[in-house]
Design a protein around this ligand. Structure first.
Ligand code: C5P
Length: 212
């Protein structure tokens, strides 16, 4: 046992869980880990080295050598790397290695916020607070589209929507640690919520759990 307070946040791509996780971490002075970046870093290293994405042995070696201090969101956020990440994420031995890295992170004091797909179900089943964030695929695609356009890039809404649906399907149907809410997770559907309302709602849930 240790004295760390853990907030686990799960949900599909572009549900807003990353923004909520960052804001909660900032509010409480907790460490934040976007666990998706660990899968992305493995996909990126394989792509970068020109190695195949379907060799579990190679992906495990890359995962074992992962340095959490070197996860760079700007490099890892591309669409191609996201796709590579969801391919290595179906490999059980890769997941085993990365789950251990994430559990170690969860022990940091005074507390941590970790977001991903299986944090409340597998990585931190004893988390103090579990949130499961969803929104319709259309709203998520639209948010991602706006994000890219606002940062000066070019985007195709239909292509983003199709990609989100493929990733949902891959994440929810995989045998090992599929994306689903933990039984004791608080569900937050942000389809018709602003990010501010979602944050205030999440905050109220955390405060309630802290006062238990
Ligand atoms: O959240 P993000 O889009 O960065 O995640 C990239 C991919 O990594 C996801 O599509 C998912 O397949 C995988 N992932 C996972 N478990 C996590 C976080 C991410 O399987 N805890």
């Amino acid at each position: 046992m240790n004295n760390s307070f853990t907030i686990a946040i799960d949900g599909p791509a572009a549900s807003g869980k990353g923004t909520l996780a960052r804001r909660l971490a900032e509010k409480y002075g907790f460490h934040h880990l976007d666990s998706g970046l660990t899968y992305r870093a493995v996909g990126h290293a394989l792509l970068d080295a020109g190695l195949p994405l379907d060799s579990e042995d190679l992906a495990v070696i890359v995962a074992e050598n992962l340095d959490l201090g070197k996860l760079d969101r700007t490099i890892l956020s591309s669409h191609e790397i996201g796709n590579a990440a969801s391919k290595v994420a179906v490999m059980s031995r890769v997941r085993e290695v990365l789950v251990e890295v994430q559990r170690e992170f969860a022990r940091k004091e005074p507390g941590t916020v970790i977001d991903g797909r299986d944090i409340g179900t597998v990585v931190c089943p004893d988390a103090n607070v579990k949130l499961y964030i969803t929104a319709s695929p259309e709203v998520r695609a639209n948010r991602r589209y706006k994000e890219i356009i606002d940062s000066g890039g070019e985007a195709d809404y239909e292509a983003i929507l199709a990609d989100i649906k493929i990733r949902d399907e891959r994440d929810m149907s995989r045998k090992d640690s599929p994306l689903k809410p933990a039984e004791d997770a608080h569900l937050l559907d942000t389809t018709e919520m602003s990010i501010e309302t979602a944050f205030q709602t999440a905050l109220a849930i955390v405060e309630e759990e802290q006062n238990r």
